[in-house]
Design a protein around this ligand. Structure first.
Ligand SMILES: C[S@@+](CC[C@H](N)C(=O)[O-])C[C@H]1O[C@@H](n2cnc3c(N)ncnc32)[C@H](O)[C@@H]1O
Length: 338
């Protein structure tokens, strides 16, 4: 199998893992919200589970989670720095730096360690979504193939989808084609993974969208037919189509979007809603170790999933905490630090 090499490539080995594991400390405990309308006895979880918002570098946080959560996370979404060579600010405050001293080798080793730790945390039936762009997707794919393994026709372990999130915002260069998409890679640890295309797909409907033939029944109902390899396939207008891997219907948050909270690189809730609905069940555990503005925990909370979210930026912690507490309802969670 082809693998990627870079200067200083170093696997994450078990001995290093156990010697480095840091401990998490609880800074604050938040009861179920809104506290005014909930009896004090119901403000804390009967089953002892608290969602977790953790402030810390992903290496420390992921290592600290391993003893309790190895093979226990059902769904991971990450939107790490893309190696843009920029600092991201919110107002005058630095949100995070994405400069890497312009050293691709350092960035690749950092990504490789991240993927390796996430693979250890992922449940056997779990899914990992990695959100990147043209700068690093191609490297990430080869690394993820190495870590997750490859299978024929992408039906076993490893690669499942390369989702193109196509948007219209941003400028246009005169020198090359306008860059108008991010890439979200989906990898699974086994062939036994959760996927509910029917929850996020579009109704087939009555409008022509390809070369299928339209038939209108005597009762006015529409079906679409196509003949392939001697067989006739018929689809009802009311059936839900499995969504494609090109997503053009979710726009970037524009400057005045009410969802915007000022955090640079904030992603739209609709994106996370689609991912969480498709790849997890209610009560499942969702992890994001680069949570930024908190989009993953906020959407996971709203959809009844358990969550662990972390980020090294204190601004990200403030924004996420505020956003969670502003939700109409929010389950109990703890704020932790290394
Ligand atoms: C692209 S942003 C994530 C944005 C997020 N998905 C959202 O919608 O708001 C990347 C995040 O990674 C965080 N980050 C960068 N390096 C990190 C590290 N070593 N450990 C933890 N977080 C880190 C940054 O603080 C930033 O919030």
């Amino acid at each position: 199998m082809a693998t990627l090499t870079w200067k200083g490539k170093q696997p994450v080995d078990d001995q290093v893992l156990s010697s480095l594991a840091a401990r998490l400390h609880i800074v604050e405990t938040f009861p179920r919200q809104p506290t005014e309308s909930i009896a004090p006895s119901a403000q804390f979880p009967a089953n002892g589970w608290y969602n977790r918002l953790i402030c810390g570098d992903k290496s420390n946080v992921l290592l600290a989670l391993l003893p309790e959560f190895a093979r226990a996370i059902d769904l991971i979404y990450i939107d790490p720095p893309f190696m843009t060579g920029r600092d991201f600010t919110s107002g005058s405050q630095l949100a995070y730096s994405d400069k890497w001293k312009n050293d691709l080798d350092v960035y690749l080793q950092w990504l490789y360690e991240t993927f390796s730790l996430l693979h250890l945390l992922l449940a056997e039936h779990g899914s990992l979504y990695v959100h990147l762009d043209w700068r690093a997707t191609h490297y990430a794919k080869i690394m993820l193939d190495e870590i997750f393994g490859v299978s024929s026709n992408a039906e076993g372990v490893g690669f499942k989808s390369e989702i193109i999130w196509h948007y219209q915002t941003g400028g246009r260069s005169y020198k090359t084609y306008a860059r108008k998409h991010d890439t979200i890679l989906l990898y699974t640890k086994s062939a036994r993974y959760c996927f509910h295309g029917e929850r996020i797909g579009e109704r087939r409907g009555s409008q022509k969208r390809n070369h299928m033939r339209k038939r209108i029944n005597s009762d006015g109902h529409i079906t679409w037919t196509i003949r392939s390899a001697g067989r006739l396939y018929t689809y009802d207008e009311d059936t839900v189509m499995t969504p494609s891997d090109v997503w053009s219907d979710i726009s970037h948050l524009h400057q005045k979007d009410p969802e915007r909270n000022g955090y640079a690189t904030q992603k739209p809730s609709a994106l996370l809603e689609r991912i969480i609905l498709a790849s997890s069940e209610e009560g499942d555990l969702v992890l994001d170790c680069f949570c930024g503005s908190g989009v993953t925990p906020v959407v996971a909370e709203r959809l009844g999933r358990r969550w662990i979210a972390s980020d090294q930026s204190s601004l990200a912690m403030q924004v996420t905490q505020k956003r969670l507490l502003a939700q109409e309802q929010c389950g109990p969670f703890i704020l932790q630090r290394i």
